[in-house]
Design a protein around this ligand. Structure first.
Ligand code: F0G
Length: 454
């Protein structure tokens, strides 16, 4: 059961099918453009959407809003250095700010960054620094149905090869390990894989950076799935993982369980000083980095709550409950189920909708129309490309829909509503139709795209 009881409640927005039909038409079938009060169950993201604990709110009340050197900063600093062990900690307002500050300071144009899978803002910030972002997911990641335990791993052979064949003219400037691997179906990275990656990085003198947004969920899955870690606490695993890397970027909106916040951790003093100069110019002084004192305090408290075994066990359990119900109604998901999201295999559910009629988007729209549920397409709308006449140029490897699970927000009966809605859709899958693009922007098109039923 949930290891908490509910003290503050917020009404759900209940709507009629006709209201949802009208809302979807009004936003040209782009779910990002819905107003939140038109959505009943919002599974668009697990980022910044968690519920604060009473202890976090209390910590926020004790926040010190001094411009420099606030008590909140020192409490935050002590918590993050105990957890990560890094010599230098810089607060930032969210994960992509950490990426921008670190990559602008670390990367020179023309170099390459390697990763198990870059999250989309991570890739964008590598590219904005004039560099190439290369994903090297392990081969097992390509089989969505297999229940191998660590499909988030990096491909060590490909990594070794890329490090050995790099030249002074086109060097590898960093390796980024994303834990858990959000772009790769939320799958975890094993400690064995992280350790061997760290060894290769040391050998080639390339810094290893952890994208630690979901470090606690990764640590939990390590204690459940990796031989030799069964007797360790998630906190111990997390401490070890941070210490295998040379630094981290962190979006605390996930495993900090806060609405806003993040940090950079580094051991390299010179690099940290360079980051600090940029931080002061663009985010805020180095003892607040764009956050309020209360944010720093709530983040510090969230970081201690997130590795509690009772909290993580429940989070895994509720995800497993939803996964089980979804499988039971005949909808396939990316296996094995992780913690922060379930990824529905829309391509398989809707074989009559071709990739460039966007089966994932078609399923996401139907989830909204039938159940008021908001989700995110991860398929050919997100990753694909067409020419000016709308003919397919590039398709995504899979047509998925992500159901992200906010932390401590929805109960099993909310998720049962999601499963019932999916059951109804699966029974009437033939009636789900595709969409065509009406208007789009040249980059990150999914945020602002306009569509119409095909
Ligand atoms: N890294 C990972 C692995 C992420 O999942 C995200 C954000 C970021 C970095 C960027 O952090 O949003 O604080 O700037 N992921 C959210 C999501 C948006 O829905 O998966 P941010």
């Amino acid at each position: 059961m949930e290891p908490y009881r509910i003290k503050v409640v917020e009404p759900l927005a209940l709507t009629t099918p006709q209201q949802r039909q009208e809302a979807l038409r009004r936003v040209s079938y782009n779910l990002f453009d819905l107003r939140a009060d038109e959505v009943t169950i919002d599974l668009l993201s697990d980022s910044g959407t968690g519920a604060l604990s009473a202890a976090q709110l209390a910590a926020g009340m004790a926040g010190d809003e001094s411009y420099a050197g606030s008590r909140s900063f020192y409490r935050f600093h002590e918590t993050v250095s105990d957890l990560t062990g890094y010599a230098h900690i810089l607060p930032v307002h969210q994960g992509r700010a950490a990426e921008r500050v670190l990559f602008s300071s670390l990367l020179s144009p023309g170099s390459t960054v390697l990763s198990n899978t870059h999250f989309d803002t991570t890739r964008a910030n590598v590219e904005l620094a004039g560099c190439t972002a290369r994903d090297l997911p392990c081969p097992q990641a390509a089989d969505l149905d297999s229940d191998q335990p660590f499909k988030g791993d990096i491909d060590l052979d490909a990594l070794r090869d890329a490090l050995e064949t790099a030249t002074p003219g086109s060097p590898v400037a960093a390796v980024v390990m994303t834990v858990t691997n959000n772009g790769g179906g939320g799958q975890p990275v094993s400690m064995e894989n992280l350790r061997r990656t760290a060894e290769l990085c040391r050998l080639h003198r390339v810094p290893l950076i952890l994208d630690a947004a979901r470090f606690a969920e990764n640590a939990w899955l390590v204690t459940r799935r990796e031989p030799g870690y069964q007797d360790r606490t998630p906190r111990q695993v997390a401490e070890e993982a941070f210490r295998l890397a040379d630094g981290c970027v962190m979006s605390a909106k996930k495993d900090g369980i806060v609405h806003i916040g993040g940090f950079i951790g580094l051991n390299d003093t010179e690099l940290a000083q360079k980051c600090e100069r940029l931080l002061i110019a663009t985010e805020g002084f180095s003892t607040y980095g764009g956050l309020a004192g209360r944010d720093l305090d709530m983040l510090a408290q969230g970081l201690t709550e997130v590795t509690e075994p009772g909290y993580l066990a429940e989070r895994a359990d509720i995800a497993a409950h939803l996964a089980q119900r979804i499988r039971a109604v005949g909808v396939d998901i990316v296996e094995p189920a992780g913690l922060h999201a379930l990824y529905l295999n829309a391509g398989r559910l809707l074989p009559h909708v071709p990739p460039h009629r966007y089966p994932g988007h078609a399923l996401a729209c139907r989830l909204y129309l039938d159940g008021g549920i908001r989700s995110a397409e991860l398929g050919s709308l997100y990753l694909g490309e067409e020419d000016e006449d709308g003919n397919p140029v590039k398709s995504a490897p899979y047509e998925l829909v992500r159901l992200a699970l906010p932390r401590r927000v929805y109960t099993r009966s909310h998720y049962d509503h999601v499963a019932r809605t999916l059951e109804h859709i699966a029974k009437n899958a033939d009636s789900v139709h595709g969409y065509r693009v009406v208007d789009q922007s040249p980059i990150l098109r999914h945020f602002s795209i306009k569509l119409a039923p095909a």
